[in-house]
Design a binder for this molecule. Structure first.
Ligand code: HEC
Length: 170
């Protein structure tokens, strides 16, 4: 294939994938409940590093409308909100894993590394990470169970009883 043909082919493919409907629904559903943050600082750091995927106040940049980035963005936001959403604090459907939030930060799992290059404000310093993790623990409690790694996580799913910090109303 000649270079020009290749470029034309790539351009057509890129145009074609824009027609896939997934990832275009950039909705920010209404805020139905918010946690009682232990401090304004925790809320601020959360706003910088977490809220795009764990609240209904997502900022959708222009490139989040361009496939295939839009697919990844949609996927992250949908899954993130499903696991933990501070804009639906107190919701009775599904889970809301606040008590895992501090651990995720301490272990460097959140925010996901892929999010950082385009969101420099989310890149927290070591001190800010400690601040945020402590603030999250103070706000949501912290699950001490050793269930943070690999297979242990699967086991946790079947766990019947939830601990404090999950917001199921029982
Ligand atoms: C780019 C999107 C994105 C950002 C930013 C982000 N997360 Fe997440 N988060 C996800 C996704 C996707 C999941 C669900 C899949 C998973 O567990 O990896 C998740 C899962 C979680 C969970 C549930 C973990 C579990 O085991 O159930 C917690 C708690 C969490 N994130 C906390 C945070 C905190 C705290 C921050 C900020 C420091 C943050 N996240 C930033 C995308 C994000």
């Amino acid at each position: 294939m000649k270079p020009l043909q290749f470029i034309a082919g790539a351009a057509i493919a890129l145009a074609a994938i824009q027609l896939v409907p997934y990832g275009r629904d950039h909705s920010n559903p209404p805020v139905t409940g918010e946690p009682k943050w232990d401090s304004a600082r925790t809320s601020e750091l959360f706003g910088r590093a977490c809220k795009d995927c764990h609240s209904n106040n997502t900022v959708w940049p222009w490139y989040s409308s361009v496939a295939p980035v839009s697919w990844l963005t949609q996927f992250d936001v949908s899954l993130g909100r499903e696991a933990f959403n501070v804009s639906e604090w107190g919701r009775t459907t599904g889970e809301n894993e606040g008590d895992k939030a501090a651990g995720e930060v301490r272990e460097g799992k959140m925010p996901p590394f892929i999010y950082l290059p385009a969101h420099p404000a989310a890149k927290l310093t070591a001190e800010e990470k400690v601040e945020l993790a402590n603030g999250l623990a103070a706000t949501f409690g912290e699950k001490k169970a050793g269930g943070q790694k690999g297979t242990a996580k699967e086991g946790e799913k079947g766990e019947g009883k939830r601990k404090d910090g999950d917001n199921d109303k029982d």
